[in-house]
Each structure stands twice: as C-alpha cells, then as structure tokens.
Design a protein around this ligand. Structure first.
Ligand SMILES: Cc1cc2nc3c(=O)[nH]c(=O)nc-3n(C[C@H](O)[C@H](O)[C@H](O)COP(=O)(O)OP(=O)(O)OC[C@H]3O[C@@H](n4cnc5c(N)ncnc54)[C@H](O)[C@@H]3O)c2cc1C
Length: 527
C-alpha cells in the first residue's frame, strides 16, 4: 500500500486516555508537531480512576488547568487504615507534611479529568481524531510507518516518532515486539460509583483491611463515593448489584455507608506487570501500555500522567531537532524504576489488605507501629502521593536541600517584581527550562543567557525590590537554601519541574556541560 503522507517532524500519539491526552497537550505546549488518534468513536464514558495526587496536581497547575480539575473534586487530607470494619482507624496518615504546594489528594472521576485534558489539547490547536485505530507499525532509523484503520479505510502514514498511550491491551506495544512481564493470576474487585449517605466526613480516603478481601471507600464531591472491594472470581457474564456492594460494605466496612443510586458498577480484574523497556527506538510506551497494577493506592493514572509529562518535553526537543535522540534514553532510565516501584508497592498493599493468618498478625503489628512512628507514616504518605518521586543518581547522599534529579521545591514567599505572590508551577507555565539565578550581576546574567539560549528563560532571584521586571523577589532567601545555592549560584529546572543542573557559583561552565551531555541545542528556537 502507498504512503498517504510523510511527516518526519510529527509525533503520533496513539490513545486519547488521560496519558495520551497529557502527552499530546505537553508535546504541543513544548513546541512539537502532534497528531492524536483514538480507536473509539468518541470520549470514553468509563468512570475508572479518581485520585489525583499532589505531584500530578503540580503538573496540572503548570499546564494551567488545576483550577478546572478542582471544580470537579472532593479534597482529601487523610488516608485511614481500618481493621475488620472498625469505625476507629488503626492508622490515620495525613497529607499535611507532603513536600508539595498542594497538600491534599483530589478525588475526581476520570471522565472529568479527561474532559479537562481534552479542552487543553484542543486549546493547543491539536484535534482529537476519534475513529482511527493503529493496527501495526514498523520503526526504522528515520521514522515509523504506521498502519491506521480510519473512517475511509486502512492507510499507511509515516511519522518521526510514536507515543504508545493505547492502554493495557496496547497494539503499539505488540507491534514493537515487547510484552508485559509480571503476574497475571488476576485479582477481582467490584467497583461502584454510588450516591452514599454517611456520618463520616468526606475528607478521608478509607482503606479496609479484611481477610475476606478488603477494599476502600474514596469520597467524591456531592455525597458520592467510589467503593472498591476485592471479591472472588465472578461468574462469567454476571454484573455486580448495589445490594451486593451494600452487603460487602456492611460485612467488611462496618456498614458506615447507605448506598443509593449507582452511577457505574463493574467487576475489575487487576494484574501486576510492566514492559522491560519504555523506549524502542522511535517508539515510546507510556501509561497502562507500559505498566499495570491494582488500583489500591490510586496510582495508575497518576503514574501514567507523570510518564507523559516526563516524556513530552524531551520528545518535543528531539522531534524538533533541538536535542539529540539520546535524551530519550533518560525517559526509560527515569520512569521505568518509578513504574517498577509502583507495581511492587501496590501489589504489596493489595496483599496486606487481604492478608490472613500469620500474615495478618504481622500486618496488624506493622499498622500499630506505623501509628506510633510519624516519620514512617510521612514517608509512606510521600510514596502513595508520589511526592517522593526523584530521579537522583544512585548513591546520592541525603541532604537538607534539593539536588539534581529531585523535584524542584516550591518556595513559600516568592513574589514577582511587582510584588504578586508566585510559585514554581506558575513560572513553569512558560514552556522550556527555567534558570533560577541567585546573587548575579548583569554580566553574569548575560553570560548565562548566552549559554541557555532558546532552551528556556533566565530568572534572576533577588532579596528585595526594586527589582528588574523579569526578576523574582525572595525576601527570606529560600531559593538559595532549598536549592542548596547559598548566596550565589543557579539551578536549572526542567520543563517537568525536576532539577537538571545546580551550581554554587555563577560560572556558566556547568550549564554548558549539561547542554553538551544531553545534546541540547540552545540556538534553535521552538517551531
Ligand atoms: C475498570 C477500571 C477501573 C480502574 N480504577 C482505577 C482506580 O481506581 N485508580 C487508578 O489509579 N486507576 C484505575 N484504573 C486504571 C486507570 O484507569 C488507568 O491507569 C488509566 O486509564 C491509564 O490511562 P492510559 O491513558 O494509559 O490508558 P487508557 O485510559 O486505557 O486509554 C487508552 C486509550 O487508547 C485507545 N486505544 C487502544 N488501542 C488503540 C489503538 N490500537 N489505536 C488507537 N487507539 C487505541 C483506547 O480507546 C483508549 O482511549 C482503572 C481501570 C479500569 C479499566
């Protein structure tokens, strides 16, 4: 069959779920040419994931849409573990200490998150092309030839790069000859999105430990909740009922919820698996196409969205000729271990929720200890909310300040030159890298601007006004302290909010070296 088109600068994103939508939005925002296709005839109405964790909120804030997500959300400030239906939690962990500007979890139906993301994608001028299914693809050194079945039949098109965000049954994954590796025994849960009547405040997410299965109640806005309970293998062809879920809630969750109308009820089989590699030359896998695991801590969609944010700025630079393709190896290097840890952690949590016999005794002892060791509880909360994600080099010692690979910390009293409060995520709404420079004169700034070039923006940080219009005012010197710069130095923040390069001096050579290592071309402007 003849090629219909050849677009070597274009990235084809396959799948308009939360991960493909985020990838397309971020690719476009960071200056890439994008085409986004989905096999469905229109948006999926499936309720699915609900938790939006703080790190994901930071990304959504940088994309400029967090307020729109908040409008659909129930705010959660605690995660409680209840043993065998008791009203009093064995352990209550709060979000008060997570290292984020957003110290809360947002519970939002996935349909609403996707609807906001669709607005962002189309706002960047990218059409969401439903009714286009990728059936096959063949990558080579110069591009990827894709077989697409669309409204007018099957055709071949050639793109520079492909992002496989086509979910757990990914055709892209199959086409590059890889597969999920892991445990496929399958655990079944009943999932319900229902109206609820309860005395319990809606600000806590409650996990119930029970040898009969265990599960969780995730409050939603407007007296609704998502209820998940592990069950045995359901009879083929059967669907759950509200009465069945009410019985499980009464038996395993202390009967604290009276269920009303169900908006969505389904059985869900979860597995634990991951592909060995996320990068296959010019094809990159993200989200459920790359990793699947139980929904216990609500991390599936979050991990996928964060894959997309990590990948998009790199692929935008590479596909537009502003960086070497080797930069894409860091996508696999950084995100594969995160995915592996999520698969392992959620599998452990699932096992713990339903443990019986000696395993249950150990778990109950562990929960008791957790209740008395706040630092351990905070660490667990940081892991669950994904605020512990860092791409630090192995063996990096613990420090009181952020180091290269860490998420760039927010600074509480940061102001613009006109005195308006601002935050790192607000600054990251501008595409490209951000170079925060402390203690610099105009000559230092000029030299740094020369080296950074079109890769991003140089932002001087000063302690008081009057300040140049592009400067930030940091009266308490928090940037210097939290970024480990002291009185003089600079920190290069990547477009996904992670620290790329830090120097305690104003000499631009470390910045030059960073650019050289990653083949970052500072001269080319965004397309
Ligand atoms: C029933 C259910 C309940 C869940 N509950 C939770 C939960 O409580 N918490 C949680 O964190 N996660 C949950 N998940 C997982 C969560 O929904 C996923 O992690 C998330 O949707 C992953 O997003 P994605 O974009 O990678 O994939 P998907 O959302 O699956 O999107 C993939 C898209 O690709 C499209 N596509 C597929 N094949 C092709 C093709 N060949 N060509 C073109 N397009 C294609 C599909 O139509 C789809 O729109 C649940 C999943 C299910 C199924």
């Amino acid at each position: 069959m003849e090629l219909v088109s050849e677009e070597p600068d274009t990235v084809l994103v396959v799948g308009a779920g939360p991960v493909g939508l985020t990838a397309a939005a971020e690719l476009a925002r960071q200056g890439a040419r994008v085409r986004l296709v989905d096999a469905l005839t229109g948006p999926s109405g499936e309720f699915r994931a609900i938790t939006v964790h703080p790190r994901t909120q930071e990304h959504l804030a940088a994309m400029g849409v967090l307020d729109r997500i908040e409008a659909h959300a129930q705010e959660i400030t605690a995660v409680e573990f209840h043993v065998r239906g008791t009203a009093e939690p064995a352990v209550r962990l709060t979000t008060g200490h997570v290292d984020s500007r957003f110290r809360r979890i947002l519970d939002v139906p996935q349909v609403d998150t996707e609807s906001v993301l669709r607005e962002v994608v189309t706002g960047h001028g990218v059409a969401i092309e439903y009714g286009w299914r990728v059936d096959d693809l063949v990558p080579d050194g110069g591009g990827v030839t894709v077989t697409l079945a669309g409204p007018g039949g099957t055709e071949h098109r050639r793109y520079g790069w492909v992002v496989g965000a086509d979910g757990a049954h990914s055709a892209v994954r199959r086409a590059v000859g890889t597969h999920l590796e892991g445990e496929f025994a399958g655990e079944h849960s009943v999932l319900a999105d229902v109206d609820v009547d309860t005395e319990l405040p809606p600000t806590a997410l409650r996990l119930f430990v029970d040898p009969r299965g265990g599960g969780g109640v995730f409050p939603l806005a407007g007296r609704r909740a998502k209820i998940a309970v592990r069950v045995g293998t359901p009879d083929p062809g059967t669907s759950p009922t509200v009465e069945q879920v009410q019985r499980l809630v009464d038996e395993q969750m202390g009967g604290h919820w009276r269920l009303g109308t169900a908006h969505w009820l389904t059985y869900f089989e979860s597995r634990h698996a991951q592909v060995p590699r996320y990068r296959h030359g010019r094809v990159l896998l993200a989200g459920d196409a790359a990793h699947i695991h139980p929904p216990a801590a609500g991390q599936g969609m979050n991990t996928g969205i964060q894959d997309a944010v990590n990948l998009a700025w790199k692929l935008a630079l590479v596909s537009s000729g502003r960086a070497d393709a080797s930069l894409l190896d860091t996508y696999d290097g950084e995100r594969h271990p995160v995915g592996a840890a999520v698969v392992a952690g959620t599998s452990r949590l699932n096992g713990l929720l339903a443990a019986d016999g000696p395993g249950a005794l150990l778990r109950d002892l562990g929960l008791h200890l957790l209740g008395h060791l706040p630092a351990v509880g905070d660490r667990l909360m940081a892991t669950m909310t994904e605020t512990a994600v860092s791409y630090r080099a192995e063996g990096e010692r613990t420090t009181s300040h952020a180091v290269v690979g860490d998420h760039a910390p927010d600074v509480t009293d940061l102001r613009t030159a006109t005195g308006e409060p601002t935050h790192l995520d607000v600054l990251l709404r501008r595409p490209g890298h951000l170079l925060l420079v402390v203690g610099a004169g105009e000559t230092d700034l000029e030299r740094l601007r020369d080296v950074l070039g079109a890769l991003g923006t140089v932002v001087p940080v000063v302690s008081s006004s009057p300040a140049p219009s592009e400067a930030l005012i940091d009266p308490a010197g928090d940037v210097g302290r939290r970024y480990g710069l002291g009185d003089h130095g600079f920190a290069l923040v990547r477009p996904d909010g992670y620290l790329a390069c830090v120097s305690r001096a104003l000499d631009p050579r470390p910045l030059h070296e960073h650019r050289r290592i990653h083949g970052l071309d500072a001269r080319r402007e965004m397309v």
